[in-house]
Design a protein around this ligand. Sequence first.
Ligand SMILES: Nc1ncnc2c1ncn2[C@@H]1O[C@H](COP(=O)(O)OP(=O)(O)OP(=O)(O)O)[C@@H](O)[C@H]1O
Length: 245
Amino acid sequence: MTDVGKVFPNGNVAVNNINIDISAGEFISFVGPSGCGKSTIFKMISGLIDNTKGNIEILGSDMNDTGQKRTDVGFVFQDATLLPWRSVLDNVMLPLEFQKMSKQEKKQEALRALELVGLEDYTKSLPRQLSGGMRMRVSIARALVAKPKLLLMDEPFGALDEITRQSLQTELLRIWEKQKMTVLFITHNVFEAVYLSTRIAVMTPSPGKIASTVDVPLAFPRNDEIRTTHQFSDIVAQVSHDLKF
Ligand SMILES: Nc1ncnc2c1ncn2[C@@H]1O[C@H](COP(=O)(O)OP(=O)(O)OP(=O)(O)O)[C@@H](O)[C@H]1O
């Protein structure tokens, strides 16, 4: 992203001068207060809205040129947004609906995605029969089913209790390492950002901009013990400091 800005039609300057280069395979979190433009950046990356300034190049092509629907980008939102009348398997098959594959192949791909999140035994369940954490896992499986190269996650664990949240963080890292995709992750939680990321973009508001990027040189695979190390707290302190400027 080079010098990217977004002014909404009502004159709101949501973000200005966003500059960040993201390499394939990175896990980058965007941290910042409400209203600093995190979701706006994701909407521009996904092509849902246009940027009014600068250039966004993603997966080797310029967003301003293409304007096409990007099947190689997956999304996960804070709400699992599952269809309540569809089984877990049918929900996960949804993104494959218009792909040229046999029903059997679609089913196999959905099963593979459900195995990744440990829900292969719940294919016939309805969303209401699952816990909040399991519903989020289904939502992640649905985002992974089309094997996206880029996964955009907008506060996916915000509504979960701390224990579920931490175990899903570890699961997500395992999937990320296995699938070798690029993940962009929005969170308000500095601890979550440090645990998950290879790099953190710290954002400040009015207008939204990236105040700093902080490298997270903690080794992978990461486990819960890492959360209590000095190195971990030092990075949390650095990000918390940068958030105040
Ligand atoms: N459709 C819109 N029209 C006008 N202004 C908008 C629109 N969408 C967002 N904004 C403004 O752009 C700014 C950034 O909003 P955005 O939703 O990207 O922030 P955010 O960092 O994702 O916030 P949160 O953490 O609360 O989700 C805010 O000032 C918001 O009011």
